[in-house]
Write a protein that binds this ligand. Structure first.
Ligand code: NAD
Length: 420
């Protein structure tokens, strides 16, 4: 559900297309086409609750572009999900798969629900009914969902089961981010965090910074935020602050990330964590803390005109999708802050999802070394290309990444032509 004064992420996505269209002189017809989604499905999900009452939820699945291949993108369970948010997330997936040059398009789904308020059985019924409602919209050669905020491997297993039951055979390639025992890939769960790490390491090298000397602040302590926190902590970086939806927690001398992750993995919130010398701070204080690297890894619209001039770091590494809006981008660029855009920084997830998908199709599974090696190769290739273009054209890393991604999709449209 959208609050009336909130920034609409789909407006943000469209503004980003306008910015790159100007940069590359994109055909105005193609620009308008890319600012639309191919199709959207809105579904009603009635659920029998454990107490015998019925509750009705709304769900979505959006295909932004399938011109380069089947749709690919996560499913979000959150009380804040609404259609325009899903449209924006689907659009960003198109650019992400294109930037990595994967033969996939962009899609996304969501259900407007607070999963923490449902029992396990209710969550299962919701997932199974949502899957049944979108069943003709998804499939290994149509659109392949994956986890996002509020969803995980258990939910992917239920989706795969419903799809397989309806089609009369086991079809693991319908979703990625599954448990390993039923066709998931090793390395998929930490993949987004690993990708963030590879990109940060490469950027530090370009900027002649020592990775282990960097102080880090992370917003969001789930799959993405938690993984990058642990990796950087293990590499000796000082993690100054992390946050979840309940609060932000700060220590001048650095947090013990392993202990904090252990705490939240037991279903606890950070607000209930007690440790001497740790201080609770607000979300605004977290984002504006002085540090070397700020990693927004929660949700969109976190760095806006309201706080951009107070951001006090050298690098913003976008773990989340859409955390920085275009107006804030300009301010950060003028301050000389390097913003590594979501479509590059957090693309490790979709990259290993793609590996999972091809492993499922071939029924042949890779070892972790191969996954991480291939992930690093693909993501670093995209980073190098993006960095080079940003230097050559004197543009932000985001605009440079969009130059590559949008040009590829535009070229595919040109080659295929407009049907009929
Ligand atoms: P998650 O549900 O595992 O974790 C989300 C974290 O953000 C939690 O700590 C939660 O408490 C916190 N959070 C939620 N709402 C918040 C709010 N309003 N303010 C502050 N904190 C809030 O989700 P995730 O999979 O880690 O995804 C986080 C972001 O990364 C999302 O933008 C998602 O689209 C993006 N992303 C995820 C993946 C992936 O593989 N999971 C891949 C690429 C991008």
């Amino acid at each position: 559900m959208k609050m009336s004064d909130e920034i609409n992420p789909f407006d943000v996505a469209k503004t980003q297309i306008d910015i790159v269209a100007k940069e590359i002189g994109l055909d105005p017809n193609v620009r308008e086409y890319l600012k639309r989604i191919e199709r959207a499905l809105i579904v009603t999900i009635p659920i029998m609750m454990d107490d015998g009452s019925m509750q009705i939820f709304e769900g979505y699945r959006v295909h932004h572009s399938t011109v380069r291949g089947p749709g690919k993108g996560g499913i979000r369970y959150s009380p804040h999900v609404y259609l325009d948010e899903v449209k924006a997330l689907a659009t960003w997936m198109t650019w992400k798969t294109s930037l990595l040059n994967l033969p996939l398009g962009g899609a996304k789904g969501g259900v407007c629900v607070d999963p923490k308020k449902l029992s396990n059985k209710e969550l299962e019924r919701l997932t199974r009914r949502y899957t049944a409602e979108i069943i003709n919209f998804i499939g290994p050669d149509i659109d392949i969902p994956a986890p996002d905020v509020g969803t995980d491997k258990k939910i992917m297993a239920w989706i795969m089961d419903v799809y397989s039951m309806q089609k009369g055979r086991t079809i693991p390639g319908v979703v990625t981010g599954k448990p390993i025992e039923i066709g998931g890939s090793v390395g998929r769960e930490p993949a987004t965090g690993m990708g963030l790490f590879f990109v940060l390491e490469a950027l530090c090298e370009k900027l002649s910074l020592k990775l282990e000397d960097q102080s880090i602040v992370i917003q969001g302590f789930g799959n993405v935020g938690g993984t990058i926190a642990q990796i950087l902590y293990d590499h000796g970086c000082k993690i100054l602050a992390v946050s979840d939806i309940s609060t932000a927690i700060y220590s001048k001398s650095g947090l013990n990330v392993t202990k904090l992750l252990n705490w939240v993995s037991q279903g606890n919130y950070l607000k209930d964590y007690k440790e001497e010398n740790y201080q609770f701070i607000t979300n605004d204080e977290l984002l504006t803390l002085k540090c070397n690297v700020l990693v927004p890894a929660a949700i969109e619209n976190q760095i806006t005109q309201q706080n951009a001039d107070r951001i006090n770091c050298q690098i913003v590494l976008e773990g989340a999708n859409g955390p920085v809006i275009p107006e804030a981008d300009k301010i950060l660029f003028n301050k000389g802050i390097h913003v590594v855009p979501d479509i590059l920084a957090n693309s490790g997830g979709v990259c290993v999802s793609y590996f999972e998908y091809i492993q499922d199709i071939h029924s042949y599974f890779w070892k972790l070394d191969r996954i991480n090696e291939e992930l690093k190769r693909i993501i670093i290739e995209a980073f190098e290309e993006t960095y080079k273009i940003s230097r050559e054209r004197k543009i932000s890393l985001r605009t440079a990444a969009y130059v590559i991604a949008v040009s590829r999709v535009a070229r595919a449209i040109e080659l295929r032509g407009i049907f009929p």
